[in-house]
Ligand binder design. Structure first.
Ligand SMILES: Cc1cc2nc3c(=O)[nH]c(=O)nc-3n(C[C@H](O)[C@H](O)[C@H](O)COP(=O)(O)OP(=O)(O)OC[C@H]3O[C@@H](n4cnc5c(N)ncnc54)[C@H](O)[C@@H]3O)c2cc1C
Length: 413
């Protein structure tokens, strides 16, 4: 392949799709080069309907993808309104009062974090500001860090953590968020199985090359993850400026992996659809995983493993990941119930060379990195986009979409 479109987009995830749609809407010739044999990147629904990556439209009233879900007739549910919130503590299911105490600890956590982020003091690890000493404080910190942001609070910039915190509504799509994203890619000029190995931006053009051949364009939008960029997944000629490299390093990916276990009838009779379950921290160093039962009523149990435990299990392999999740399930429901679960589908975003993690957080002191990464290079000939580049909706499909669209508007201006 040797082609010369006006614009080149690297990566057919949410950001690349948004960028290509914006360019196409203006009638500008572009090509999207995608390393994998599928589109969607970290928003991917498989044939069983399981979202391996993104599944919620967070802060749905401000989320740019909500309007598309409505326009394309995707059935959505407001997860916060629907779900039972179950808590397993001290070897039993928590009482209503304990669940309320946990919810109050969550509210308190956010009040303290917001106040700390607004106090004008220099940036510091989010863990330094998190409340401690209360019965559920350690569990809240674990949930808000490893289980939601895919990294422990100690690894994250307080200012970035507070600036990227999102509200509800949190919508789930029956047909899957990945399905919506692939619908949005229909008709776009995407070349699959085309991993870009080198990107030359030394002249008046940009030239991408790899086993697929060469593509020369007037400008390029690069949407690969900061995990891929940090590992040198694309060689840039000339090297990226030092401040860009520092921004990439300041925005590592955390890891959240998911398992979908088939669950035979009768294992969890009392739970409603999409009930969420959290196990309390039993001792220092304990890192519980969390669960969602019966997605849309399907006989499934979804497990979520985040943060340093997810990295450890990713390195140990899928068998170890499954064994760990079953042992956790047995801890709550008993060994017999754990054996009854079917073989799971397992996502491993950490071991996939096209992602090398799940989504970005800023390291302590790195709160400006998202803005720095998004700044265009070479008079707009080379622009980075993707979830890591959005200062408000970072780590989400909303941030990826807005950043990809903004990058396209920039190169067209
Ligand atoms: C388990 C998990 C759960 C999540 N849950 C949610 C959620 O509920 N809600 C939410 O909003 N977000 C969630 N996210 C985050 C969301 O999925 C991402 O923020 C978003 O999809 C990132 O999109 P992107 O376009 O920035 O990057 P990507 O999706 O990573 O797209 C980049 C593309 O570049 C391709 N690529 C890589 N290297 C090359 C190369 N050398 N050449 C060409 N192409 C290349 C990749 O294959 C990929 O398709 C979740 C993510 C994960 C992993």
């Amino acid at each position: 392949m040797s082609i010369q479109p006006n614009y080149l987009v690297v990566g057919a995830g949410v950001a690349g799709i948004a960028a290509a749609r914006a360019l196409q809407a203006r009638g500008l010739p572009c090509v999207v080069l995608e390393a994998k044999d599928r589109i969607g990147g970290r928003a991917y629904t498989d044939a069983t309907g399981f979202d391996h990556g993104a599944s919620w439209l967070h802060q749905a009233n401000d989320n740019p993808l909500t309007v598309f879900a409505e326009a394309f007739g995707f059935e959505t549910v407001d997860h916060d309104k629907l779900r039972q919130r179950l808590l397993f503590t001290e070897g039993r299911f928590g009482t209503t009062a304990e669940r309320q105490a946990f919810a109050a600890a969550e509210d308190h956590f956010w009040r303290v974090i917001e106040a700390a982020a607004a106090d004008g003091a220099p940036d510091r690890p989010a863990s330094d500001a998190a409340p401690g000493g209360g019965r559920f404080d350690a569990l809240v910190a674990h949930c808000e860090g490893a289980q939601i942001c895919a990294a422990e609070l100690s690894r994250m910039s307080l200012h970035d953590f507070a600036a990227t915190a999102l509200d509800g509504p949190n919508l789930l799509l029956r047909r899957g968020l990945g399905t919506l994203v692939s619908t949005l890619a229909e008709g776009l000029p995407i070349r699959l199985n085309a991993p870009v190995a080198q990107l030359d931006w030394s002249g008046n053009h940009v030239e991408a090359s790899g086993a697929f051949g060469r593509v020369r364009a007037r400008a390029a939008i690069i949407t690969v993850s900061t995990g891929v960029l940090a590992q040198g997944g694309i060689t840039f000629t000339p090297d990226l400026p030092a401040e860009k490299q520092a921004a990439i390093k300041a925005l590592p990916l955390g890891l959240l992996n998911k398992l979908a276990f088939p669950m035979p009838p009768g294992v969890l009779p009392e739970f409603g659809p999409l009930a969420s379950l959290r196990r309390d921290i039993a001792a220092a160093g304990d890192r519980p995983i969390s669960w969602i039962a019966r997605p849309f009523g399907a006989p499934m149990m979804l497990a979520f493993i985040g943060g340093s435990l997810a990295w450890k299990l990713s390195r140990a392999g899928k068998q170890a990941t499954e064994a760990h999740a079953r042992a956790e399930f047995a801890r709550i429901f008993g060994a017999e119930a754990a054996v009854a679960l079917g073989p799971p589908i397992i996502s491993d975003w950490g071991g996939d060379p096209h992602f090398l993690g799940s989504y970005s957080h800023a390291k302590p002191g790195g709160q400006a990195a998202r803005r720095v990464l998004a700044e265009p290079l070479a008079d707009g000939r080379l622009i980075f986009a993707g979830e890591a580049c959005h200062a408000r909706f970072a780590g989400t499909v909303a941030g990826a979409w807005l950043s990809g669209d903004a990058a396209a508007q920039l190169i067209m201006s």
